[in-house]
Design a protein. Structure first.
Length: 610
């Protein structure tokens, strides 16, 4: 019940609909009770007494009752449907909003499938229960109470006799539901495993074919198909076993009723009309008993779904605005970033970053180099306030980022990630994602800087071409250029390029970087790269290894030192006696003998080399 109390905020505003729906169903059920009494009247007072003149009136009365019952059922359906859908609508919105604000820490552990099922299956369960299930549960009680009371009022002895088999029927119905429910769950589970196999197979068809694993995939699918089949057969067996038992138990009470009732009619203890009325009423008792297990299960399932939804709604937001968090005035932000002795560990892990410090004045370019897992992305995650720094501090224009509004900080930053995500929309919308009011001119300008304009213009519908999930497929490099345009359009004070040019060829990278040179002016830029060519122009290059800074300096300074940077350079430029172009040329030439001396190449360096 606690779950329903906590969900009250969603259904209580719709209480009118809830009451109307319950009231209409109760009236419709109550009107149903008129039939047995009509039958009794028809037999005892019309047919037996040969008052046939009453038949037309009675018929009209039946028509009236049926119409009224139909009308109340209609209003029950209407209000129940509205109620369920409105509640589900509010909950869906609340859930979606919460999902938007949940922290990175939550998503590190969340499973997409699980979240999707909360948003769909669990919400649907609640919609059905609040819209109809709850009213039906109450209705079952109404039917039982009204039906039993009426039977007892006709003849309590006959009613008691008839009820003998009811506890057995109720027990069997509950047991049946107890068995069929897990069986259905397994059927659903095996169906989902089977569809996952199909989905994966279609998505990964290239991998399957390139490894010639079609027979393996066929076998894998057959196995899952087999499980699905046996689960279905198991379910049918339960059904086949329990249904006749329930049928027999239900009919046992009918047999008792007809036997004992017939005897009473012969003995004139009850009238024939009363027996027929009881015969009609018995179904008012049997059908709730029959559905008892289903209703109990429906209730517990809804409770479980409600718990899962509340679990998301009550999730703690790890990163949120502190009370009195200040908002930055966009026009006054300079973009001076400082990390001061930052040590950070992901939950239940060794620190990913130790004592990290950097001073990035407005407009400076900081390069981060290091092997996989050395902590480069962690640096920028912390800057974006994806996680809270507890040890050390990060400041923006001298203000601790924890004292600023999260949105306000993120508004100053644009990131180009290594893995580009494009929404299923037009290229224009994808570029303008962070800047909804951007003009077409601005979008084109950003695309030109990102060297995306030319290939976009070659697409059938140019900037209106739909890309992403259901749209046109783009190459990795093309996607990356769109995401660079998206970041540039935002015109941020801080630009983060997380291996942003890894998917483009060297020549395009050079072209994009030439463009960057211009757009990076006046912005503080953090470049993460594996290629030295991507960050050699940085004002300061920081080399990380297992979360620790092992070297720092400019390209030229680092080339003079023995260490990871020069070894990486050595590997990446192994086939070239000197760089073909760029600022490092002179340094490279000057330190060539030293480079050649660096013969030992560790596995770490190999990983660094692309
Ligand atoms: N979300 C996370 N949750 C837990 N541990 C993480 C998370 N992200 C990174 N780590 C761990 O933190 C360490 C640093 O990872 P990080 O992603 O910062 O490295 P990186 O240098 O950016 O690597 P790459 O070059 O592969 O992107 C690694 O040991 C990694 O396993």
């Amino acid at each position: 019940m606690d779950v329903f109390r906590q969900l009250k905020q969603f259904y209580w505003p719709e209480k009118k609909l809830l009451f109307v729906s319950i009231f209409c169903l109760a009236v419709a059920t109550g009107l149903g009770l008129v039939y047995p009494n009509l039958l009794r009247y028809l037999i005892d007072d019309v047919i037996s007494k040969k008052n046939f003149g009453l038949v037309p009136k009675l018929s009209l009365f039946v028509v009236g009752v049926v119409s009224l019952k139909g009308m109340f059922q209609f209003f029950h359906g209407l209000s129940g449907g509205r109620l369920g859908n409105r509640v589900a609508f509010h909950m869906r919105n609340a859930l979606y909003e919460k999902l938007q604000y949940l922290s990175f820490q939550y998503y590190d552990q969340a499973r997409t499938g699980d979240l999707m099922s909360r948003l769909t299956a669990d919400l649907e369960q609640i919609r059905q229960f609040i819209g109809f299930g709850f009213a039906q549960l109450l209705n079952v009680m109404f039917m039982l109470i009204f039906g039993t009371a009426m039977m007892f009022s006709i003849n309590w002895k006959l009613a008691l006799l008839t009820m003998i088999s009811m506890p057995f029927l109720a027990y069997t119905a509950i047991r049946f539901e107890g068995k069929i429910h897990p069986a259905f769950r397994q059927v659903r589970q095996s169906l989902s495993t089977m569809t996952t196999a199909v989905q994966e197979n279609i998505t990964g068809v290239r991998t399957v074919k390139s490894f010639a694993r079609e027979p393996h995939e066929v076998d894998k699918f057959s196995l899952r198909n087999e499980t699905y089949r046996s689960m279905n057969i198991q379910t049918s067996s339960i059904w086949a076993k329990y249904f006749p038992i329930m049928e027999i138990l239900a009919n046992l009470s009918v047999i008792i009723l007809l036997g004992a009732g017939g005897y009473m009619v012969i003995n004139n203890t009850i009238t024939l009309g009363e027996l027929v009325a009881c015969f009609s009423l018995i179904w008012y008792i049997i059908s709730p008993m029959w559905g008892l297990g289903f209703h109990i299960n429906n209730f517990t399932n809804t409770k479980a779904s409600g718990e899962k939804i509340l679990d998301v709604l009550h999730q703690y937001l790890h990163v949120k605005d502190q009370p009195n968090a200040a908002a930055l005035n966009d026009s006054e932000v300079k973009g001076h970033v400082r990390f001061e002795n930052v040590t950070f560990a992901y939950p239940e892990k060794q620190p990913a970053l130790y004592n990290f410090s950097v001073d990035a004045p407005p407009g400076s370019v900081i390069g981060l180099l290091g092997s996989t897992g050395s902590g480069k992305s962690t640096v920028i995650s912390l800057l974006m306030r994806a996680y809270n720094v507890k040890d050390g501090k990060i400041t923006l224009d001298g203000k601790d980022v924890r004292s600023l509004q999260v949105k306000s900080v993120r508004d100053q930053i644009a990131t180009v990630f290594q893995e580009t995500f494009l929404f299923s929309s037009t290229i224009r919308n994808n570029i303008a994602y962070g800047q909804k009011d951007a003009t077409m001119e601005e979008i084109v300008r950003a695309a030109k800087f990102a060297k995306a304009h030319d290939f976009i213009m070659e697409l059938p519908e140019g900037y209106d071409t739909v890309v992403g999930e259901r749209g046109l497929g783009l190459s990795g490099g093309q996607k990356q250029r769109i995401s660079i345009a998206r970041a540039l359009l935002k015109d941020p004070k801080i630009l983060i390029l997380d291996d942003a040019t890894s998917a483009v060829d060297m020549e395009t990278e050079h072209e994009i970087q030439a463009g960057f040179g211009e757009v990076m002016k006046g912005r503080t830029t953090f470049i993460i790269a594996h290629r030295i060519s991507s960050l050699k122009h940085a004002d300061e290059i920081i080399v990380l290894d297992e979360g620790r800074v092992v070297q720092r300096g400019t390209h030229e300074e680092l080339l003079q030192q023995e260490g990871l940077y020069r070894q990486t350079y050595n590997i990446q430029y192994a086939d070239q006696p000197r760089e073909q172009s760029g600022a490092g040329e002179a340094a490279a030439a000057a330190y060539e003998p030293a480079l050649k001396a660096d013969k030992h190449v560790s596995s770490l360096e190999r990983r660094l080399a692309h």
